[in-house]
Ligand binder design. Structure first.
Ligand code: UT7
Length: 334
């Protein structure tokens, strides 16, 4: 197919990966003064999976040369990507571009997508995309647009090892973060494709609300301020995407928000007028996995049979930067 309005993108395969070490809230109470009840009530999180940090055995920590062993962002991305390719019935040789969304790359140089590309045998280009927790939705819009522009197949992955940038001495946020990866294959289809409307944004004056410096102690966050702004920007962005897609909120079959806090997810759904039963949620199991959170929730919903061909899916993320992104996507290949 040639580029232009006669071609769009559809999702044809999906996969996910979580590191084996499950860290319960009870485990977290050994780090600082907190409780299972407090964490569940304030965040909805019961467990998360860790690839590194105090709960992971020395032998299983991320390797010096990432991509070679367990525990790295590349390793999780490879596992999720491999599963997505298999489900789509293709191999890396059929992929024209790998987009790896991550805010916890394995190295400063080069991009983590290089190691992932080599492991999966990807024939085309590869790049990292860092838009923090809005990353996967930024990636979905980018990938779908590039498919419309002429790339036949894109592997889009959200993968994180946030435990490598978590400050485990900071009880105000260390319990939130987890590691994992989710992936989808986007393929060219005739017609307009499945991306019906989208919105991407950033307010770079708000960097100080949430950041982790090179060589610093780890993540620093002004939790309440992020919470308030997250609800506001997610609602505004989702409404813009729905409007651009010419879709009413009642037509949305599944809402896949960034999994940062179940109270944020509920507040956004309530303000949009979406019944909470339509929220895709894995936060109780994964914690906040940044770029990986939306694909992990999407893949979980697909596996659970919550998505039928033609269903409209609303994705919405926000995060450090502060970035935000939303998209209305039609599930299936038509
Ligand atoms: O994905 C990127 C975006 N990130 C987010 O969206 C996170 C947004 N923020 C949040 O989700 C919430 O702000 C948190 C879950 C991080 C915190 O919940 P909160 O309801 O905003 O709690 P808070 O920071 O207002 O703290 C309430 C109280 C404080 O005590 P006082 O001052 O009321 O006596 C804290 O000292 O809870 C205390 N506290 C804790 N207590 C037990 C703070 N951390 C803990 C803890 N265990 N781990």
């Amino acid at each position: 197919m040639s580029p232009g309005p006669g071609r769009g993108a559809a999702i044809t395969g999906w996969g996910s990966a979580l590191p084996p070490r499950v860290v319960t809230n009870q485990d977290v109470t050994t780090l600082f003064d907190t409780s299972d009840e407090w964490i569940v009530e304030r965040s909805g999180i019961h467990r998360r999976h860790h690839a590194s940090g105090p709960f992971v055995a020395e032998a299983d920590q991320p390797p010096a040369h990432p991509g070679d062993g367990v525990g790295s962002t590349a390793t999780l991305a490879i596992e999720a990507g491999r599963e997505a390719l298999a489900q789509a019935g293709v191999t890396g040789a059929d992929v024209g571009l790998l987009v790896l969304c991550t805010t916890s790359p394995d190295q400063a140089v080069p991009a983590t997508s290089s190691a992932v590309s080599a492991a999966l045998g990807i024939a085309g280009g590869a790049m990292d995309l860092n838009a923090a927790c809005a990353g996967f939705t930024y990636g979905l819009v980018t990938a779908a647009s590039l498919v419309a522009s002429g790339i036949d197949r894109v592997l889009l992955v959200g993968a994180e090892t946030l435990t490598r940038v978590t400050n485990f001495a900071d009880r105000s946020n260390a319990f939130l973060f987890g590691d994992g990866a989710g992936a989808v294959v986007l393929e060219a289809v005739p017609g307009p494709g499945c991306l019906l409307g989208w919105d991407l944004g950033v307010d770079g004056t708000l960097v100080a609300l949430l950041y982790a410096d090179h060589g610093g102690p780890g993540m620093a966050m002004r939790g309440q301020e992020v919470f308030r702004r997250a609800v506001r920007v997610t609602v505004d962005s989702a409404e813009l995407s729905l409007q651009r897609a010419k879709v009413g909120v009642d037509e949305v079959a599944l809402f896949v928000p960034h999994q940062a806090n179940s109270r944020i997810m509920d507040a956004v759904a309530d303000r949009l007028g979406l019944p909470r039963e339509r929220i895709a949620s894995v936060i109780h199991e994964t914690g906040n996995t940044s770029s990986a959170s939306i694909p992990l929730a999407l893949v979980d919903a697909a596996r659970a049979g919550r998505l039928a061909d033609g269903d409209l899916v609303l994705l919405a993320g926000f995060g450090a930067g502060m970035t935000w992104a939303s998209a209305v996507w039609r599930w299936g290949t038509q």
